[in-house]
Design a protein around this ligand. Structure first.
Ligand code: GDP
Ligand code: ZN
Length: 330
């Protein structure tokens, strides 16, 4: 869970000139939060908000942004990570040889950004199949999903009403849905509130407006990176480096351009239905205990779809994901 922090503090600067208290290992165990990682260097924030550049011994495995660590100060005011605390959650993606590689840790909120697009004579549409894949990924990882539909400035009044109807299936399932426009600065305040008290990460297709939204939330971000790199060369990160930011209204945001478009990791066939929150009330009521809710008789999920207790579109997406490559048949 997100730690309680002093309000209005956006402290990200790497401390370069520490008081010369010690020239040797002081051995004191300090708690810290990894706020950025690039190559072998990790920036670790201590409990008072100071940031120290640390290295980690290989035996601790990959340490990523959002990890909580125990570290100690070394001779030249750098730090060495001694331990990694257990993660509540982590996002991973497969590396070149298919091994799972953690990218960010301890996230408790996945902000799924979609948009209205392909405006044509039929009006807008949004890519609900992909959105439902992100919902499944979040549920499968134990992270609360929140849906943002951005660019609502592109909609006529009628289309706006239709969008409202089209997203009620998520609200009725118990998910938070926000409609935003960075052009009109609409919906961004409720989003800030939603982010406070959480550690969140944004995901969604390229072009939906994630960077634009993040720029509204973190107006200092670009200035900060420019400043640090101009003075010391530090703070220059590759575009895929993840960074953790404290938001001024509370809450943390982990931003990683590489993760923003992360795909659905493998989900076990038998777990998929439970990743659709509104299916959970029915799953145990099917005739067959191992019902996959596809063609089995007396399936409570299908009955709930027929009686409109479950939205048809969500069920269709369930069937589509079930037949896709991401499913692991166990
Ligand atoms: P990302 O790839 O998801 O990070 O998307 P970007 O933030 O780079 O935005 C993609 C394009 O959408 C840019 O041209 C933005 O100016 C535009 N855009 C972002 N937000 C909005 C919005 O609320 N309304 C409209 N009309 N365009 C937007
Ligand atoms: Zn069933």
């Amino acid at each position: 869970m997100a730690r309680k922090r002093a309000p209005h503090r956006v402290k990200q600067q790497v401390k370069q000139e520490l008081t010369p208290t010690s020239n040797t290992l002081d051995g004191e165990r300090r708690n810290g939060l990894v706020i950025s990682r690039f190559g072998a260097n990790l920036d670790v924030e201590d409990e008072s908000g100071e940031v120290y550049r640390c290295t980690s011994r290989r035996k601790h495995g990959a340490i990523v942004c959002g990890d909580r660590v125990v570290w100690t100060l070394t001779h030249d005011n750098h730090g060495v990570i001694i331990e990694r605390e257990e993660r509540q959650t982590f996002l991973a993606r497969p590396d070149d040889v298919g091994r799972e590689k953690a990218i960010a840790a301890n996230i408790d909120q996945l902000i799924i950004v979609g948009t209205v697009k392909a405006l044509n004579e039929e009006g807008y549409r949004f890519h609900d199949n992909l959105i439902d894949r992100y919902f499944v990924a979040a549920e499968n990882l134990g992270i609360t999903p929140v849906l943002i539909i951005n660019k609502i400035d592109l909609l006529s009044d009628n289309e706006g009403e239709r969008l409202q109807q089209d997203t009620t299936c998520y609200e009725e399932a118990g998910y938070r849905v926000l409609h935003t426009s960075t052009k009109l600065a609409h919906g961004l305040e409720p989003l800030r509130e939603q982010l406070s008290q959480h550690t969140s990460i944004f995901v969604g297709e390229s072009g939906v407006g994630k960077s634009s939204i993040i720029r509204h939330l973190l107006p200092e971000k670009e200035i900060r990176v420019g400043e640090v790199s101009a003075s010391s060369g530090k703070g220059k990160h590759t575009t895929t480096a993840a960074m953790l930011y404290h938001l001024k209204d509370g809450g943390d945001l982990i931003d990683s351009p590489g993760v923003r478009e992360f795909g659905l990791s493998q989900v076990e066939t038998k777990s998929l239905a439970a990743c659709f929150k509104e299916f959970r009330d029915y799953i145990g009521l099917c005739k067959f205990h191992n019902c996959t809710h596809q063609s089995e008789p007396k399936c409570a999920v299908k009955e709930a779809v027929a009686s409109k207790k479950i939205h048809q579109r969500r069920y269709d997406n369930y069937i589509s994901i079930m037949g896709s490559d991401e499913m692991k048949a166990i």
